[in-house]
Write a protein that binds this ligand. Sequence first.
Ligand code: ADP
Ligand code: G6P
Length: 466
Amino acid sequence: MSRLIIISNRVSAPKESHSGAQGGLAVALQAAIREFGGIWFGWSGETVDHFTGHIHFQRAQGVTTATLDLEEQDIEEYYNGYANRTLWPLFHYRIDLAEYERGFAGGYKRVNERFADTLRPLVEKDDVLWVQDYHMFPLGQELRDRGCKNRIGFFLHIPWPPSRLLATLPEAEALVETMFAYDLVGFHTKEWLDSFRHYATHELGAEEEGDALTFKGRTLRLIVAPIGIDTKEFVEGANGPKARLALRNMRDSAVGRDMIVGVDRLDYSKGLEERFHGYERFLSEHPEERKEVFMLQIAPPSRGAVESYQKIRTKLEGLSGQINGAYADVDWVPIRYVNRGYPRDVLAGIYRAARIGLVTPLRDGMNLVAKEYVAAQDPEDPGVLILSRFAGAAAQLKEAVLVNPFSADEVSDAIMQALRMDLGERKRRWRAMMDNIEQEDVVWWRKLFTDALMGTDGSTPIPADN
Ligand code: ADP
Ligand code: G6P
């Protein structure tokens, strides 16, 4: 069997339990790589004065990780710069926040070259490579430039923006052209895939045939593969002792009130400001409900070196304070706003204690929190998921209460609808969503992609040296 080399910016070695702001990608890949074996390659999370290319190998629970230290300037230009000041806002449709700086683009290319230089000697003839996410778009091309003829796939965990937005990026054409170094490119939804195809055919001039695109003699295939969670593990965790304890503690502290929960990295794409406004609208329009509910928003800080993240943090502190100031009473606070991470089992207990899961990103590649919330519910008395139409997860979780997160009225109405929903309807909706979450879990996702990459899904095999 071929080895699978997974490459992503963040590499996370397996641990007994997770705490802190571990993103969906890291959590999902741990499960995937454990299942498959192979190497997980990327940044160590450390910085050094001078880049050496030294690789730290580590082996734990069947997963080998190989990581590199980067320079401070690399992190500034590549991670804080091009990845998180340029690509992340642009790809989440926020061109108002996107910063286009040559220095960022240069640092991004340099770091991708450094990854390619170090990874190339590790790659053996039959290895299959799978590159993850927007930090690494040009890595495939850099590897090809170094003579790598292996199969290389790429998966994007964030949305792909519409062509008119992407066109604002000075390097848009070059970036899309480098994608043709890959044999297979995957997206969470058809919408993101269609946007990519639109740019490739309309702006670049690629030829389209079925699920394949050809440009300058290189052919790549496109696939929709929505990522799932490790459902079995999550459900087990939700029924375990730590989750039960967390559930009991939450229930005690709720004193009979219905809890609405939100769990998100503190990111402007998650629509937290709009969510708070929607909840405030609910409080103002339904005075009789005020002391019957409260909202728990858990939002661990993320990417703190980037100004837009500092701003959203300050904004939310102000807004939660304002709402609490306007509505709180001696025996009730409408919003509990918490900025820390929790072990996954504890999180599962908190999800289960919540009558409503409020997941309202303005734009999100997938959103795993929505799936975790559903998986954590008590089948006999499940809570209601309110989900943004603009999250990739909405394409699968059609039985959620779907909302436009930009509309405070819609969010407010959805909260009311969820609170009034009878047990029969809650169970029916939950079962339909859970069927999907059970079937299309993280192992299913990994298999869908790697089978397609290795040509074992019945479609035309991709020659290893094309
Ligand atoms: P993103 O990848 O953009 O952060 P997702 O919803 O897809 O968004 O994934 C977020 C992941 O991070 C989920 O697995 C969630 O459980 C985890 N997470 C988010 N907040 C916390 C927290 N406060 N404590 C622990 N885990 C968290
Ligand atoms: C999203 C991205 C991931 C990223 C994660 C956490 O899920 O798609 O690539 O790892 O957020 O963000 P961070 O910047 O902390 O790695």
